[in-house]
Design a protein around this ligand. Structure first.
Ligand code: HEM
Ligand code: HEM
Length: 261
């Protein structure tokens, strides 16, 4: 290894990553709970949406290695890379490798689907007054709750594979990817021809900061934790039936118990 190091992950990308990992974990742990835990669940879900909106835009105007153009590869290149991995002789990439890039896209799409189905399920349970995005789902769909649950488990499987791949990379390629996601820099192998490319400048950072702030106010401005932590007065089911009054009593007495079917 030479001592040369290059800038890879800019600060917004690093903040995005660790906030995303933390909020997915919080959302998973609080999934299916009621009371304060449900407020955290929906809050983490909204934060995930904000992070994804930021990252998708940053994928077009962000620093060189954060751009989709840098890590979205053709199927052919991805397959070639996979074959090299199997032979334990993968090509070195400074940014995401083709498989890593594919995983990033899969996680983005899956998380967007999770947020959508979660919002629809929350609407079907009558939480419209809790957040404008839930209200935007109309009367929602209870069936989406099952899909949401399944996708929620799937993202944890993908995250597990993702962390295992990072660990395997360290084990077999002797490259510490986590350090780069913390410091933003990567040390280059002696034979590497990569050059140091500057991160996005202040103007783009400022535009992004304003956009994120405005979107955050839009998403969280009318977020009502009291409504989300209390059982809705008229929960709707797909068939239009209200939940039994016994269940309603039980939930009033024990607001932190699990969300009933
Ligand atoms: C639920 C948990 C997690 C999710 C959803 C997640 C998601 C992601 C995403 C979307 C990226 C792409 C970053 C970007 O280009 O913006 C990424 C990259 C990365 N993540 Fe995670 N991550 C999680 C947990 C972790 C953990 C626990 C670690 C540490 C062991 C980790 C280490 C990394 C590293 C090193 C990269 C850069 C990979 C590369 O060099 O190509 N992630 N992750
Ligand atoms: C705005 C975003 C979100 C909203 C409004 C939301 C809402 C809900 C609702 C209403 C339920 C109960 C569904 C049912 O039992 O039919 C639920 C369960 C669940 N959610 Fe979310 N959710 C959101 C984001 C997320 C995210 C990002 C994850 C990813 C980890 C997630 C994972 C889960 C899981 C695993 C369950 C099922 C837990 C169980 O019953 O064992 N949710 N969510």
């Amino acid at each position: 290894m030479s001592n040369a190091s290059v800038r890879v992950w800019d600060l917004p990308t690093r903040i995005f990553h660790w906030l995303l990992a933390a909020s997915v974990l919080v959302a998973y742990i609080t999934g299916g709970e009621r009371g304060t835990a449900f407020v955290l669940h929906v809050g983490a879900g909204h934060l995930i949406l904000l992070l994804l909106l930021f990252r998708i835009l940053w994928g077009f105007i962000g620093s060189p290695y954060s751009r989709f153009a840098d890590f979205v590869y053709s199927w052919r290149s991805t397959l070639t890379y996979l074959k090299d991995v199997v032979r334990l002789r993968p090509t070195h990439f400074v940014g995401h490798n083709p498989l890593g890039g594919l995983m990033v896209l899969a996680m983005f799409l899956l998380l967007l689907a999770i947020v959508g189905t979660g919002l629809s399920s929350a609407a079907a349970r009558g939480y419209q007054a809790g957040a404008p995005l839930i209200a935007a789902m109309g009367s929602g769909s209870r069936a989406m709750g099952d899909i949401h649950e399944t996708l929620g488990s799937l993202i944890m499987i993908l995250a597990g594979i993702h962390v295992a791949a990072v660990f395997a990379h360290w084990l077999f390629a002797r490259e510490n990817l986590v350090r780069a996601m913390v410091t933003g820099r990567k040390r280059l192998a002696r034979e590497s021809t990569a050059v140091d490319r500057p991160f996005a400048g202040r103007a783009r950072l400022a535009i992004m900061a304003v956009l994120v702030l405005v979107t955050a106010v839009g998403l969280f401005g009318q977020f009502d934790a009291t409504v989300l932590s209390t059982r809705p007065t008229q929960p709707l089911s797909q068939t239009g039936e209200a939940a039994s009054s016994d269940m309603a009593d039980e939930q009033t007495q024990n607001p932190d118990s699990e969300i009933p079917e």
